[in-house]
Design a protein around this ligand. Structure first.
Ligand SMILES: NC(=O)c1ccc[n+]([C@@H]2O[C@H](COP(=O)([O-])OP(=O)(O)OC[C@H]3O[C@@H](n4cnc5c(N)ncnc54)[C@H](OP(=O)(O)O)[C@@H]3O)[C@@H](O)[C@H]2O)c1
Length: 147
């Protein structure tokens, strides 16, 4: 679905030219945030597991702002080896990171007692325990304070 977004002057001042990493950027809330940041001039590194949905989300941003920089990186934030690769990618491709939006997560709809225990465990793992690229990325840029 094509989104119409309007840049807001105060946000443009805040985000123009900033480098922001956003996890779960391929759909839902993360994609909506990516679109807003794009409209306000930010450069984005968009992370999710599925490459093809990331590509679709990036293509939309390119059509909204052809001058912007929108990188994608397929990564499962629940897998430490993949998070290590993400952190290496950030270190190799960005001189600085101005913000990290730890949005990736899973939502199992339905009544709690009807959700299989393995799905509840997965949800807790991803949403609470493994949303952990933040400390590693902060460590890359020790003198900066991420907003
Ligand atoms: N929607 C709500 O009502 C609601 C309420 C409270 C909290 N939240 C939280 O808000 C966040 C976004 O919710 P949403 O409704 O926008 O969810 P969504 O539409 O299901 O989108 C989730 C995003 O996270 C990515 N993702 C999921 N698991 C991942 C993993 N292991 N590694 C990397 N990326 C992963 C998904 O892409 P891939 O599948 O390709 O990886 C997708 O881009 C989640 O953390 C959710 O828990 C949502």
């Amino acid at each position: 679905m094509q989104t119409t977004i309007v840049a807001k002057p105060r946000l443009v001042r805040c985000f123009n030219g900033r480098n922001i990493v956003i996890t779960g950027a391929s759909q839902g809330i993360g994609r909506a945030i990516a679109n807003e940041l794009c409209a306000n001039g930010a450069n984005l590194l968009m992370v999710a597991r599925r490459q093809e949905t990331l590509c679709r989300a990036r293509n939309e941003l390119v059509s909204l702002n052809p001058q912007g920089r929108f990188d994608i990186f397929a990564c499962d934030i629940g897998k430490p080896d993949e998070v290590d690769k993400l952190v290496d990618h950030v270190a190799s491709n960005f001189q600085r990171i101005d913000g990290l939006i730890n949005n990736a997560g899973i939502v199992n709809p339905g009544r709690f007692e009807q959700i299989p225990p393995n799905q509840i465990e997965e949800e807790i793992n991803i949403n609470l325990l493994h949303n952990a690229c933040y400390p590693q990325i902060v460590t890359l840029y020790p003198r900066r304070r991420l907003c």
